[in-house]
Design a protein around this ligand. Sequence first.
Ligand SMILES: Cc1cc2nc3c(=O)[nH]c(=O)nc-3n(C[C@H](O)[C@H](O)[C@H](O)COP(=O)(O)OP(=O)(O)OC[C@H]3O[C@@H](n4cnc5c(N)ncnc54)[C@H](O)[C@@H]3O)c2cc1C
Length: 469
Amino acid sequence: MYDLVIIGAGPAGLTAGYELAKTDKKVIVFEKKPQVGGLAETKVFGEYRYDIGPHRFFTKNKEVYDLFLEMLDEDAVEVNRKTRILFKNSYFDYPLTPVNALFGLGLFESIIIGFSYIFARIKSYLNISKINNFEDWVVDRFGRKLFNNFFKNYTEKVWGIDCKDIGSDWAAQRIKGLSLSTAIKFALFPNSKKRPKTLVDKFYYPRLGAGMLWEKFEEYITKHNIEVSKNMKVTQVKESGEHYIVSYEDAEGESQSIETKNIFFSNPLLEFIDIFEGDTPEEVIKSAQSLEYRNHISVHVTIDKKLFDDNWIYIHSPNLKMARIADFTNFSKDMSTEGTFPLTLEYFCFEQDEIWKDANDKIIQFALTELKSIFDEEFNVIHSEVSRNAKAYPVIKTGYQEHIDVIKEWLSHLNNITAVGRSGMFKYNNQDHAMATGLYAARTLLGLGDFDPWEVNVDGEYHEELSSN
Ligand SMILES: Cc1cc2nc3c(=O)[nH]c(=O)nc-3n(C[C@H](O)[C@H](O)[C@H](O)COP(=O)(O)OP(=O)(O)OC[C@H]3O[C@@H](n4cnc5c(N)ncnc54)[C@H](O)[C@@H]3O)c2cc1C
């Protein structure tokens, strides 16, 4: 009999394992993939390494930060952050600087942006702006013109829905604390002590990619008697008296079961509801079915030319489907061999979209055509591969919270089952939040107090940039 089964060896599951590794609890972590790290894994194809998308570790939680540094030790490399936005063939610094915006957009466009910003602020001051969704929120803070230029197209590329259908709480969470005036102020006075974390320009990164951190966690917990069982997909969770029977299958489809007293799950909430055998109320199933996840495609290419020295570039240009591009040599020189540059080009889609089912070769050719149209330079492709990341982004659609509340209420009545992490909680959690949910769940299990994982990231502690991750 196990004390705990953890579904998923991503940041949430492994951090929960870390906390329990210090105890005598009998714990097993099941991971369906051959590798740990979840969405934060580093893909390794022979000598070529890529993250599925750029991962910058940032947290306001000191405990989580200390844990990150403790695990990586000398393998944490300091990175100077450089991020730009590509919009209509011009590059804009992130954070946006007035001079840069002026040169990029031209005097006329900049004046219109300025007026539209002043107009929005006056409306807000007079309390006449109605804020019902993401679009309203951004227009209120930045003005209609800047919304149309910088936010609308990119946001719709990432989420696949109209900005009017995206909840305003997502904007409030992601770009809270950053207004146009703040961005301008800190561009003019970059050394101000009150510089918000959003604009932090240095970060630590694992020497061999984001996934290196999670491989270290795996090594640590397995040394401390926690089993990590990879290539094992959990297929069913069934109540059995006060305990649960967890069934799982290996890559060949061979099935086995074990009994456990507790379960932490970090697999997508919808999928958990699907594999849970019990009297799940109809309204929970309906709520789960109305939640949507956005899929993510990473096109990995290693080339023989350095095209840019940014960590990543947001592609806001409406004529390109690509959302972001990263060069991992700008994170850590150990991500590749001399003279080779591993890039990840990111695309977003829904499961039913054509591109999700397209052959890898077709996707790679398409991505390379877009890449060449941006840089207009000659280069050779040394390696290329595609990875598909299903359900990578929970879609924060207007009204989603009501459905989550229904599911949360149901979950609260299931004994000893705890949702953790990003997909498991259907929450826009980053690595640090996912880690905190794992720590909280483990501490509650150990009887150390009532640590509620749902309390992590309630107020959007992670202040990200104008574009989303
Ligand atoms: C493109 C992109 C960029 C990002 N950038 C950043 C960034 O810059 N900074 C940052 O901090 N965060 C970033 N994130 C977010 C970060 O990757 C996630 O917050 C983190 O990985 C969530 O951890 P998790 O453990 O909750 O879930 P996941 O990482 O999703 O892990 C869940 C695990 O469960 C496994 N699993 C699923 N179903 C089953 C099953 N039935 N049986 C067994 N195993 C199963 C999965 O294979 C997976 O390994 C980014 C995410 C994406 C997609």
